[in-house]
Design a protein around this ligand. Structure first.
Ligand code: A2P
Length: 277
């Protein structure tokens, strides 16, 4: 089973988790979650936007996996931001998931104006016990600085696109300085990083796959990461990263692959229409 990382609110989060983006089919969902659970994954990452919360909840029921053995993340989509919409949509998510609390609730994207109201709703949902921890996703430093001055509680997690072609050093430094756990989405760059020659050569040295080298790099960086796969062999392989170690030199070689390359969209750089940065 994965290492645990401490969160600033006193809770803990598994360092390695399982991504569920684009898994919508009920049978695929159940089989993937089953393979992941058998291989020691305990964190499962979904979102309102993925349209699969119902299938996620059903899979845990079908597999007879009890609630206290898993850590579930979901995210409030852009369409549901704003105070009351957030509260309503999270209650809806809990219904879909057939759960009475979420472990980690994230603001999916920092949309203008609404994200602060959304955040206030998160603080309330945490007070009511509907979520154990609250965090954000795709926030830039500027958004976190705003929360640092305006919010009662800071996010304990910031989930961002992070992989060898987008190493996000300034963001990692900010998170570290503010006791925020950085979590990598698309830790494998959606599978597009697997043929980078430098990584292939490091992988050969350790008799591991390129995917394993990338995940080991995340692990040694101290960030949380949530690889996705629907193939049991890959699910197993992605959890088998604890029997080798990258040298400082190899870590640096991977850091140097940064090209500021995003597989996803660019996060917003403003938090108010009239407050441009
Ligand atoms: P699949 O689900 O068909 O296995 P990320 O987590 O960065 O978003 O990457 C997920 C993508 O990488 C998916 O397309 C997944 O495909 C593929 N993938 C995940 N693990 C591996 C692996 N160990 N080897 C090759 N491809 C992988």
């Amino acid at each position: 089973q994965s290492n645990m990382l401490k969160l600033a609110d006193g809770n803990q989060i598994p360092q390695e988790g399982f991504g569920l983006y684009k898994v919508t089919d009920r049978v695929t969902m159940r089989n993937s979650i089953q393979a992941a659970y058998q291989n020691g994954y305990r964190l499962f990452d979904t979102a309102q936007l993925y349209g699969n919360e119902k299938e996620v909840g059903q899979a845990f029921k079908d597999l007879d996996i009890s609630r206290e053995n898993i850590f579930v993340t979901t995210k409030v989509s852009e369409a549901n931001q704003g105070y009351q919409r957030t509260i309503n949509s999270v209650k809806e998510s809990l219904k879909e998931l057939q759960m009475d609390y979420i472990d980690l609730l994230l603001v999916h994207w920092p949309i203008q104006r609404a994200f602060f109201d959304t955040w206030q709703a998160f603080e309330e949902l945490k007070k009511e016990g509907l979520t154990k921890s609250i965090g954000v996703s795709n926030f830039q430093i500027i958004h976190l600085q705003y929360l640092a001055t305006q919010a009662n509680e800071m996010p304990v997690v910031n989930q961002i696109e992070l992989h060898p072609r987008l190493t996000q050093k300034p963001m990692l430094k900010y998170d570290q300085e503010h006791q925020i756990v950085t979590q990598a989405w698309s830790p494998l760059g959606r599978g597009a990083m697997l043929n980078i020659p430098e990584l292939e050569s490091i992988a050969k040295q350790h008799n591991k796959s390129t995917a394993q080298v990338i995940l080991r790099w995340h692990l040694q960086n101290g960030v949380s990461f949530i690889p996705k796969s629907i193939h049991p062999k890959r699910i197993k392989q992605n959890a088998d990263i604890y029997d080798f170690k990258l040298s400082a030199d190899e870590m640096k070689q991977i850091d140097d692959l940064n090209q500021f390359f995003r597989t996803g969209r660019e996060p917003e750089l403003t938090y108010e229409n009239n407050h441009q940065y």
